[in-house]
Design a protein. Structure first.
Length: 270
């Protein structure tokens, strides 16, 4: 997935489409953002300058679907430090799950989440550096009649389990089944996420990163493309684009380092 932050207006249509497609319910008190659930959350950032030099950007943040690099290489995952290991590193959440409720699919590159296996330990929530996982503290209240509007392809989750963005995996399953029946391959437009289709500004592009014919493969080669917290070497599947340098720098905790350096220079901190 490639998200152009210069096109994103922060409207939140992607979040609404995600909730509707994946049966994400609305709690009684949505003001409690610590316990509310939004698989695709939109964050607002700014360049820290006063008017009229203020600039604002919005960052939609789904699950990054990390791959984790190969141990002993520059792409190795941050949680694996043994250079003697010669196996593929897992995403942070997959490595800590004791119930194998989350797994990495080598074929699709998607990090799955199986609610019926989840024991609610929340290790994956703590391990995810992108805060992309949510724990169900409550049973979702479904008012009378609303269950009829749920998608039959996605199981609603129960209280006490973790859930997250799945890149609308159910859509891939339907597209793959149709391709098998037709004797063809899954095309680029046959499998698109709900957020991609709902974005009114066309900021989200989805496809197969390793397919040279897909648009996302061409976009990631741009000099304006970056990923969040790349220094962790989690190799996320979600890329971002922006021609603004300050946006690209903020993706890797640049602001925090900049402030610490400024404080140290002024003698106000170490």
């Amino acid at each position: 997935m490639v998200i152009d932050l210069d096109k994103c207006t922060g409207c939140g249509a992607c979040s609404v489409a995600c909730m509707s497609e994946n049966n994400v319910g609305v709690l009684h008190d949505e003001t409690d953002k610590i316990r509310s659930i939004t698989w695709l959350r939109v964050y607002q950032i700014d360049n820290g300058k006063s008017f009229p030099d203020t600039e604002v950007a919005f960052i939609p943040r789904p699950c990054m679907h990390c791959q984790g690099g190969k141990a002993g290489t520059p792409g190795q995952a941050f949680f694996q430090e043994d250079p003697l290991l010669d196996s593929e590193a897992h995403p942070p959440c997959v490595s800590v799950c004791p119930a194998t409720a989350t797994d990495y699919d080598e074929e699709t590159g998607i990090v799955s989440q199986i609610p019926t296996r989840c024991i609610g330990c929340r290790y994956c929530v703590a391990a995810c550096p992108y805060h992309a996982r949510y724990f169900n503290w409550y049973d979702v209240p479904w008012p009378k009649g609303t269950p009829r509007a749920l998608s039959p392809f996605v199981s609603p989750r129960m209280r006490g389990v973790v859930e997250k963005c799945t890149f609308c995996y159910q859509r891939y399953q339907r597209a793959r089944n149709k391709a098998l029946v037709d004797g063809s391959e899954v095309g680029e437009m046959d499998y698109q996420t709900a957020c991609t289709e709902a974005c009114p500004s066309g900021a989200i592009t989805f496809g197969q990163l390793q397919n040279p014919e897909h648009k996302v493969h061409k976009l990631i080669s741009s000099e304006h493309t970056f990923r969040l917290l790349e220094k962790l070497h989690t190799d996320p599947k979600v890329y971002y684009m922006s021609k603004r340098e300050w946006v690209r720098k903020m993706a890797d905790n640049y602001v925090t380092r900049h402030k610490k350096l400024a404080q140290a220079a002024a003698g106000g901190g170490h």
